[in-house]
Design a protein around this ligand. Structure first.
Ligand code: TMP
Length: 206
């Protein structure tokens, strides 16, 4: 039986979401909440190994079916090992990416059938899904320009791909306005965090 809360953070490359998750974690810890911060793909040893395969620039031959299944496999393990048990114990889980990423990147970006992603995705997660999702919206060019390190296999894709990913996120937000809150990622760090905390208070009263 679920007692905790599951909050996910989504968005295109370089949107600054990781910084905001860490700010929110600190905010909740100060309020004496049991918080867990995770990232996808990854978060546990098996899923981190899958992450390394997915992001390795040498894996140029990877087909979009294999890619989709690997993202879902990494998610299945993270849900099984950490997310599902932690929700039962009443944790607030903050997760950097989840199913919406697969819909946006593999579905809208790569043309994988979206209904199939939801169907196989549901098998992978056992139906575990976020209570609330923040999408950090940012122009694809601006976001990629913010990445100063070497780009990974997904980041290296053409600009058109990243533009489709952004449109995917916009479509998800339109389809599920109750769960998904869009944030303009060009706002200042302080301003974004205030908005996130305001929404958290409004939705969960904390
Ligand atoms: P990160 O850069 O946010 O750590 O995410 C790793 C990359 O994987 C990023 O380019 C987005 C991509 N990704 C997908 O393509 N599909 C997914 O389901 C997830 C979780 C991430």
């Amino acid at each position: 039986m679920k007692k905790g809360l599951f909050i996910t953070f989504e968005g295109s490359e370089g949107s600054g979401k990781s910084t905001q998750i860490e700010f929110l974690r600190q905010y909740l810890v100060k309020r004496r909440k049991k918080v867990m911060l995770l990232r996808e793909p990854g978060g546990v040893a098996i899923s981190e190994k899958i992450r390394a395969i997915l992001l390795d620039v040498c894996n140029k031959k990877m087909g979009s079916e294999c890619e989709t299944l690997l993202y879902l496999a990494a998610r299945a393990q993270l849900v099984y090992e950490v997310i599902a048990p932690a929700l039962t114990k009443g944790y607030i889980i903050l997760c950097d990416r989840f199913m919406d990423s697969t819909v946006a990147y593999q579905g809208y970006g790569n043309g994988v059938d979206i209904e199939q992603i939801y169907e196989i995705g549901n098998f992978a997660t056992g139906g575990v899904s976020p209570d609330l999702t923040f999408i950090f919206d940012l122009d694809a060019e601006k976001g990629l320009a913010r990445i100063k390190r070497q780009k990974d296999r997904i980041e290296q894709r053409k600009m058109d791909y990243h533009k489709r990913v952004r449109l995917g996120y916009l479509a998800i937000a339109k389809k599920e306005p109750q769960r998904v809150k869009m944030l303009d990622a060009t706002r200042t760090k302080e301003n974004l965090q205030q908005e996130i905390q305001r929404i958290i208070k409004m939705v969960f009263g904390m």
